[in-house]
Design a protein. Structure first.
Length: 271
């Protein structure tokens, strides 16, 4: 049979546990509110990305055509003139189709976010990772369409690129070092030492299409405005993430404290 002091300790511990329940409940209510705000933000972000990509797609298509025009008329006009009228028209139409294909690809980027908008609960961390994946998907789409455009132009001898991977690797390293990558209109000019076996030929720079998101946004006021709106929503998400993490920590500490007090029982000291 437990002694009176032991029973008293249990009663005190139980009382403390009961007192902590409201605290845990309040923390959970705060987490529920943050979750609600995250769901609302998810819908805002979904709508904003839809508007952004709706404007970005046509802007990229236009720049793709301008870059192709520059290569055919300013960089390698002699090569373009060697083509028959039918070949010239076919080349132009293929470039236009690539622009249309890119617009469809960009629209599909939002599908994962669309799926999340149907959820009743959204974790801020999950939403953040989802948006990061979307941003990467946009960059990948631009690189892919740049590569396909260069391959198309190479078929008509407008450009000569032995290694597309090397070309884009040069662009990546230039970006990491903060050096300018493109020259208007969205063209990369780079020396590729291993392009040909001939030392004379290796000194000639390669000029090719390289669509850059930063250039597209900077030169298009509407697209830039939509990006600005997205940045504000990203900041809201960051604030929600920090608050959510803090409240989750508080809840864990409160639950651990309650569990400690609920399980506490004085050890019997043998005489």
């Amino acid at each position: 049979m437990r002694s009176q002091p032991a029973i008293l300790v249990i009663l005190v511990a139980t009382r403390r546990l009961v007192m902590m329940v409201p605290e845990i409940t309040q923390i959970q209510q705060s987490l529920d509110q943050l979750d609600k705000k995250t769901v609302e933000l998810t819908h805002k972000v979904h709508e904003q990305y839809g508007q952004y990509l709706t404007l970005l797609g046509p802007a990229v298509s236009q720049k793709l055509i301008q870059a192709s025009y520059h290569l055919c008329t300013q960089v390698n006009p002699a090569s373009f003139l060697k083509l028959s009228l039918n070949q010239q028209q076919t080349l132009q139409q293929e470039v236009q189709r690539l622009g249309t294909k890119l617009q469809e690809t960009l629209k599909a980027v939002t599908q994962p976010l669309t799926d999340v908008t149907h959820h009743e609960s959204v974790d801020p961390e999950h939403l953040s990772h989802l948006l990061q994946d979307m941003e990467q998907a946009i960059l990948d789409a631009l690189r892919q369409i740049s590569q396909q455009a260069n391959e198309c132009l190479q078929e008509y001898d407008i450009v000569n690129i032995n290694s597309m991977d090397l070309l884009f690797d040069i662009a990546r390293k230039a970006a990491e070092q903060g050096r300018p990558i493109t020259s208007a209109p969205h063209l990369i000019k780079a020396l590729m030492d291993d392009q040909n076996d001939s030392p004379e030929d290796s000194s000639e720079p390669v000029v090719a299409i390289f669509l850059q998101l930063s250039d597209l946004e900077f030169n298009d006021a509407e697209v830039m405005n939509e990006r600005h709106q997205l940045r504000q929503l990203w900041q809201e998400l960051k604030t929600l993430q920090e608050a959510f993490t803090k409240k989750q920590r508080e809840k864990t500490v409160a639950e651990a404290t309650a569990a400690w007090r609920a399980s506490w029982f004085p050890a019997e000291v043998s005489e």
